[in-house]
Ligand binder design. Structure first.
Ligand code: PSV
Ligand code: MN
Ligand code: MN
Length: 426
């Protein structure tokens, strides 16, 4: 299933005029504050988010999985699906692979498929939270933190193998997320577990090519319910400092206890030049991995406000590696990803519209009311005409979800792959 540029431009023609008057209104309104909407359109058109190879099937639950039909059965088919997303949005030009869920059997062939869709290989994800069939050591009681040196070495070697696969594909980063921790008090010696983890990470870091980065993800709980070794941003920050310059913290939006001020974490890490990666999703309770922006869109905007500020004012922080980390059971996975991409671009655009000069002045004068008004004025702006213009500019569909439905993508995928399909992943 491939969507041609002709199909897209024919569909776009029908919508050409519908958003131009709204766009002109925004141009005039923001020009008065010295904010150029056309510059924002450029930035939005350039924004790229990686799609994880494990989010293309219905999943995201440890209970029952119900096939949506037409799900990809191989890495090639996953890339084809991301190709559809990228053709429709021009925002999804990268894939993030999870090894060993998605080991390329033929690297050259996989690279060609990716290239044909304009997809690059973003961060590689290692997996030491499950034992694979024929595994020589077990991760039942942890991987990089295990009390048993043989298990630690096995997990270290796995990460090195993932780096090697990534090198062949042209990836430039490794994301490490550990499930390591304890289910019960007394099970682990906290200090020993942390020391083991630090030493293991250092050993992986040392083998990374010089132009690679390491992203260390944190999460407070699940699958361990008493303690997790890398539980929070502080632990991740400490470990990345211990590893070296090219190790960074990765923030996953779902990996915080309720009401954590994520935007403040983002600001702190960027100030210290240590925010490397970002996983988008949304949640109401825990690591729910539901569609970006579906539950707390204002929180997402506030986070983007700090990201935008940091991207402008913190040259000490590297370019960020963006990825969606959401997947679940009841939506067409591709429609769900289109909704997530839309929510990300909306929050990004709204953050770009914040009148930073006025905000700085209001902060200086401690005009608390005005500060809030400035942020909420940007947040309450309907920025969808900006997204439409950015998409038209980059050759994407002006309304990707509508195009997806109109082109009958899922129907075709089901015809091609069948109804009883199940993609690898969680
Ligand atoms: C763990 O909850 C996590 O957020 C990590 O990024 C994993 O790689 C991913 O989810 C697996 O779905
Ligand atoms: Mn994640
Ligand atoms: Mn997660």
């Amino acid at each position: 299933m491939k969507i041609s540029t002709d199909q897209i431009s024919a569909l776009n023609k029908k919508q050409e005029d519908s958003y131009n008057s709204e766009l002109d209104f925004l141009r005039n309104k923001f020009a008065k504050r010295g904010i150029e909407v056309d510059e924002i359109i450029h930035k939005v058109a350039d924004f790229q988010v990686a799609i994880p190879s494990w989010a293309l099937g219905a999943g995201g639950t440890r209970f029952g999985r119900f096939s949506f039909g037409g799900e990809p059965a191989s890495l090639e088919q996953k890339l084809d699906d991301i190709g559809v997303l990228h053709a429709l949005t021009k925002t999804a030009g990268a894939v993030s692979l999870h090894i060993p869920w998605d080991i390329p059997s033929d690297v050259k062939a996989i690279k060609e498929v990716a290239k044909s869709h304009g997809i690059s290989f973003d961060a590689m994800n290692s997996n030491t939270f499950q034992d694979q069939p024929n595994a020589k050591e077990t991760y039942k009681f942890g991987s990089l933190s295990n009390t048993n040196a043989a298990s630690r070495d096995y997990a270290i070697q796995h990460n090195k193998d993932v780096i090697n696969i990534g090198k062949e594909l042209g990836s430039k980063s490794l994301t490490v997320w550990l499930a390591d921790g304890a289910n019960f008090p007394g099970q682990n010696n906290f200090q020993t577990a942390l020391n083991h983890t630090e030493n293991s990470l250092k050993s992986i870091y040392k083998t990374m090519p010089e132009d690679w980065k390491m992203f260390i993800e944190y999460k407070p709980y699940e699958p361990n319910f008493y303690s997790t070794v890398i539980q929070d941003w502080g632990t991740s920050f400490m470990l990345s400092n211990a590893c070296g310059e090219r190790a960074y913290t990765l923030v996953d939006l779902g990996h915080h206890l309720p009401n954590t001020n994520i935007e403040q974490i983002v600001a702190t890490l960027m100030l210290k030049g240590k925010l490397g990666g970002f996983h988008f999703n949304d949640s109401k309770y825990g690591d729910d991995d539901v569609t970006v922006g579906s539950i707390k869109p204002y929180a997402l905007f506030l986070i983007f406000n700090e990201l935008v500020y940091g991207m402008k004012n913190n040259p000490q922080n590297p370019d960020l590696s963006w990825m969606i980390d959401a997947s679940h059971n009841t939506k067409d996975p591709l429609e769900d990803l289109l909704q997530s991409l839309e929510a990300i671009l909306i929050a990004y655009t709204q953050a770009l519209l914040v009148d930073q000069k006025a905000l700085k002045n209001a902060q200086q004068e401690n005009d608390v009311v005005k500060c809030q008004e400035i942020l909420q004025d940007a947040y309450r702006t309907d920025v969808r005409p900006v997204l439409k213009a950015a998409r038209e500019k980059s050759g994407a569909a002006v309304d990707p979800l509508q195009a997806y439905r109109q082109f009958g993508v899922r129907k075709d995928l089901i015809k091609e792959r069948g109804t009883k399909t199940m993609a690898t992943g969680l």
